[in-house]
Design a binder for this molecule. Structure first.
Ligand SMILES: *Cc1c(COP(=O)(O)O)cnc(C)c1O
Length: 370
C-alpha cells in the first residue's frame, strides 16, 4: 500500500546525516530538532501554537484532556474512522456518540451531527478522512450554535485545506478549537517511528496542552494538573524537518496517482471513484473506491493473488466494535456508515507509484470486474 523504502532512497543522504547529528549531540529528548520542527510546522500550517507529542492517538487524548470536559460529557465523532478517534473518548470516561457520514465525502454529515446533539454534548471530533476535509463551515456553525468545542482529527489530511464560501482558506486542523495529527510512518507526513502533534490558535489552551503532555508541569517537579508523558523524540523530529518541505510535492504525487486511477475507472458502472469536494484540496491519504454490484472482498483476494495490495478501511465501524458494547452503540442506526463499510476498498496510494504500476493495478481491477 505504501513504498517507504523508495521514498527513503531519495532522501537517504540527508536523513542519515540528520540522524547522525542527533546521535552526536545525544539530545535524544527535547533536542533542538524538536523545537525547530514545531516552528517549521507552525509556519507551514499558519498557526501560532504547535505542540509535539508521541503519536496521533495521544494528540487526541491530550486535546480532550485539555478542554476541561467532565466524566459523562458527550463527545460526537464519526463511527466511520480509525478507532483512535473514539477510543480516547471512552478512555477518558467521556461518552462517545456517533454521527453518520456523507456517502460522497466519507466525512461527518452535519445533519446527522445536529441530530445527535443533546444538552450533555460538549465536543465534536470531525475526521478529515482519507485526506479530504470534512465540511467545516457547517460543523463550525453547529459548534457555535450549541457551544461545542471542535477537535479536528487531521491524522490523514495534513497539508489539505478548507475554503469558506467567502474565499477564506485555512489548512485543515487549524479551523476548530484544536487540531491533531499523526506522524505514523505511512501517514502523508510520516516519521520513521511514532509521532504526533496538536495545533491551536488559543494560547492558553496551548499552554495547557503542553503541560498535560509533560506530566502536568510547567516548572520541573511542580505538577499543576494531571498529565501524561507524551513526547516527539529528536530523531523523529530531525527526519520530519527533512520531509516537511517535501510534503506539498508528496501531495501532488498522490494527486497525480489519484488522477490516473480516476481516469482508468471513469464511467465504470460498478466503480464509484472518490468524490472531490470543491471546498478542499484532497490529499489522498487513501484512494478509496465504492464497489457496487461486485464483491469487494473477492476483489481484495483477486488482487492479492496478483501481488497487488488492497485494504478495507475499515471493516468494522466504531459503533459495532465490542469495546463500545457497554454504550449500546451497536443499536445506533448509522445507515451510510454501515452501507459504506460493506463496499469500500482502498488501492495502493503513495508517492512512489509509477505509471507502469498504476496501469497494472487498474488493469487488474478492471479484469476482475469485467
Ligand atoms: C492514524 C490515525 C490516528 C492515530 O495516530 P497514531 O499516531 O497511530 O496514534 C488517529 N486518527 C486517524 C483518523 C488516523 O488515521
Amino acid at each position: 500500500m505504501v513504498d517507504l523504502k523508495g521514498q527513503y532512497a531519495k532522501i537517504k543522504g540527508e536523513v542519515d546525516q540528520a540522524i547522525l547529528d542527533v546521535l552526536e549531540t545525544t539530545a535524544f529528548i527535547n533536542g533542538k530538532q524538536v523545537t525547530d520542527f514545531s516552528r517549521n510546522l507552525s509556519v507551514y500550517l499558519g498557526i501560532d501554537n504547535v505542540i509535539p507529542c508521541a503519536n496521533g492517538t495521544d494528540a487526541l487524548q491530550i486535546a480532550l484532556m485539555g478542554l476541561g470536559l467532565e466524566p459523562g460529557d458527550e463527545v460526537i465523532t464519526p463511527s466511520f474512522t480509525f478507532i483512535a478517534t473514539t477510543e480516547v473518548v471512552a478512555l477518558l470516561r467521556l461518552k462517545p456518540v456517533f454521527a453518520d457520514v456523507d456517502p460522497k465525502t466519507f466525512c461527518m454529515d452535519p445533519a446527522s451531527l445536529e441530530k445527535q446533539i443533546t444538552n450533555k454534548t460538549r465536543a465534536v471530533v470531525p475526521v478529515h478522512l482519507y485526506g479530504q476535509s470534512a465540511p467545516m463551515k457547517e460543523i463550525m456553525d453547529l459548534a457555535d450554535k450549541y457551544g461545542l468545542k471542535v477537535v479536528e482529527d487531521n491524522a490523514q489530511a495534513i497539508g489539505s485545506d478548507y475554503t469558506y464560501p467567502d474565499g477564506k482558506k485555512y489548512k485543515t486542523g487549524t479551523i476548530g478549537t484544536v487540531g491533531t495529527t499523526s506522524f505514523f510512518p505511512s501517514k502523508n507526513l510520516g516519521a520513521y517511528g511514532d509521532g504526533g502533534a496538536l495545533f491551536t490558535r488559543d494560547n492558553l489552551l496551548a499552554e495547557n496542552f503542553r503541560m498535560i503532555a509533560n506530566h502536568g508541569q510547567k516548572k520541573r517537579y511542580y505538577h499543576e494538573i494531571i498529565g501524561c508523558n507524551s513526547r516527539l523524540d529528536s530523531i523523529q523530529a530531525a527526519i520530519l524537518n527533512i520531509k516537511l518541505p517535501l510534503l506539498d510535492e508528496y501531495i501532488s504525487k498522490r494527486r497525480i496517482a489519484a488522477d490516473f486511477y480516476d481516469h482508468a475507472f471513469a464511467g465504470h458502472p460498478k466503480i464509484r471513484t472518490p468524490y472531490r469536494a470543491s471546498y478542499t484540496r484532497h490529499v489522498f491519504h487513501q484512494y478509496t473506491l465504492i464497489l457496487e454490484g461486485a464483491d469487494r472482498n473477492k476483489l481484495n483476494e483477486y488482487l492479492a493473488a496478483k501481488n497487488v495490495p488492497s485494504m478495507i478501511y475499515y471493516p468494522v465501524p466504531a459503533h459495532r466494535q465490542n469495546m463500545f458494547a457497554s454504550f449500546q452503540s451497536g443499536m445506533q442506526q448509522l445507515e451510510v456508515t454501515d452501507w459504506l463499510t460493506e463496499r469500500v476498498i482502498s488501492l495502493p496510494m503513495h508517492t512512489e507509484l509509477d505509471t507502469e504500476q498504476l496501469g497494472f493495478i487498474c488493469n487488474s481491477v478492471l479484469e476482475f470486474l469485467n
